[in-house]
Ligand binder design. Sequence first.
Ligand code: MRU
Length: 365
Amino acid sequence: MKIGNQNYQSIWVDENDPGVIRVIDQQKLPFFFEIKELRAVDDVYSAIEDMTVRGAPLIGAAGAFGIYLATLEINSQTNIREHLSNAARYLISCRPTAVNLSWAVNQVMEKLKNEHSPESLAKTALKAAIEICEIEKENCRQIGKHGLKIIEAISRKKKGEAVNILTHCNAGWLACIDYGTVTAPIYLAREKGIPVHVWVDETRPRNQGSKLTAYELGQNNIPYTLIPDNSGGHLMQQKLVDIVIVGSDRTTRTGDVANKIGTYLKALAAFDNKIPFYSALTSSSIDFSISDGLKEIIVEERNPDEVTNVSGFAEGRIQSVRICPDDTVAANYGFDITPARLITGLITEKGICRATEKDIKEMFS
Ligand code: MRU
């Protein structure tokens, strides 16, 4: 997608040095546009941990490139299998909720099984990581085509009046290498001349909505309005929301969706107001091994400082300010689980299905 007039992905291989992976530093947006270089497994781990890169498909892609960088660290003293398995475990341990990370790391590891020389390991790992990026991009494009049909139908019903879409967090191109899961149908609708307007939840505590979704929608000329997270219910009661579309960090085979904390409350409000609630996701976010989101998905807990402090831009730099008494105890759950019964449907690269075990199985058989 575009920043200014230039096309970017949120992760790519340096054109001049294949030992360098480049990423957009999402900690700095929208205040500074900076590109970071990742040269070692540790760099990838830190970038995922401090959320330089974030969003389920992107952390998967970063993990895949992490294994590639691990192959470049091999020397004559290295026990290759031990080194790569340690790197895989280390990377996967970084963020527990999004299944994409382990999915992508394991995909690359699988492809390395029959490779033995450092050169062939590096070549195969690089190819596999690039392939994952290409697949995720294509999947987002397909999600766009399928999701567009829902937006078109609402637009027809509203006789061309703008379709109001509410989203939570950032499931845009920054989170997904390109296009985005939630945003792909929105970008396509706009391209087709369908008027759309997006309600952007700020998404406390890290504000990926206000910092990232607002930024990317603005860069791509999509009309949006930023709202505090608590406004969604009110807007839905006032019939100012036509559809809610959120991403997913892990979806069970029965259709429960783990997504950024606060998603569940939007789903409850949408259910109460009979507003369609969709999760847009690539199949790399489906964990076919689990069936009960509440019992089986590990919800990441992050540093409470993200709750007690707010970071923003003042005096030419990014600053953090405390918003509560000094000794406040805070809790910072990163995700919540939306049960399948509250979800109208899943928009995937294969099409749209109900959030049920039967439909998911049929779609991905
Ligand atoms: O903690 P983050 O910023 O990695 O969380 C991102 C989200 O919750 C997104 O909505 C998500 O990854 C879903 S799909 C891109």
